[in-house]
Design a protein around this ligand. Structure first.
Ligand code: URA
Length: 229
């Protein structure tokens, strides 16, 4: 390698991977195997949901096999979507009815939802390399969203990927449910990162995350966004 040249991959112009994105060979092979088995499912990187001029970006982990990977909309049809969309509706970040279908008419308001990893991973577990490599899409999702002032990271993996996407050290921005961090972006604008435990079936069934705890995070986000108006 030429001294001084970084091995970091250049950020792509698009924040959205192509339908046959080859970046993660294991995920591409998994996707192909599901396409063969379930030809009517989405079975491709799941695009972000919501307007590109939103002030809030919610970052999940990765599409669920029979949820977002099937329907093609983040969290739609996934267990985690029930609490997430109910909470977004309650705090005015969505309007309409969530009916677990991409054509249910649900609209996000001043909010976008994306995932740290865009393709469904086997057993819901992306590898560290997949999380790193898919960041080439998370970075421009954050950078091209010019009105963004707030981020919600659902779980530690989303938190770590967001912190790295913003060029920060994990040690200086530790994950904690209910934690808030103010991070200066490269463009000189501050962004507020809100952490929550992931609203997964495991976390909600075991009481690691209650509805109250989740709503408390979004209540703080609502107040922050309103006071920043
Ligand atoms: N579905 C998603 O799209 N993301 C998650 O993090 C979980 C389920």
């Amino acid at each position: 390698m030429v001294p001084g040249l970084s091995m970091k991959k250049p950020a792509p112009a698009s924040p959205q991977p192509s339908r046959d994105c080859p970046v993660c060979p294991r995920l591409a092979a998994f996707r192909e195997s599901i396409r063969a088995r379930e030809p009517d499912w989405h079975n491709a990187p799941v695009p972000s949901f919501g307007g590109p001029d939103a002030r809030l970006l919610v970052v999940g982990l990765a599409p669920g096999l029979r949820g977002a990977n099937r329907t093609g909309r983040p969290f739609t049809g996934d267990w985690a979507g029930d609490l997430l969309f109910a909470t977004l509706l309650k705090f005015g970040f969505a309007k309409g009815d969530y009916q677990e279908r991409p054509d249910d008419g649900l609209a996000l308001q001043d909010c976008m939802i994306t995932n740290a990893v865009r393709c469904v991973p086997p057993e819901n577990k992306p590898t560290p390399a997949e999380i790193r490599d898919c960041r080439i899409f998370l970075e421009p999702t954050i950078e091209t969203n010019r009105k963004l002032i707030a981020l919600v990271a659902l779980g530690r993996i989303a938190h770590d990927s967001v912190v790295r996407a913003l060029g920060q050290k994990l040690s200086s921005v530790p994950f904690g449910h209910g934690a808030q961090h103010t991070i200066m972006q490269a463009n000189g604008k501050a962004i507020r990162l809100f952490d929550s435990y992931h609203c997964s079936r495991y976390n909600t069934n075991t009481g690691v995350l209650t509805t109250q705890m989740f709503e408390d995070v979004f209540r703080s986000v609502r107040t922050f966004v309103d006071e920043s108006a």
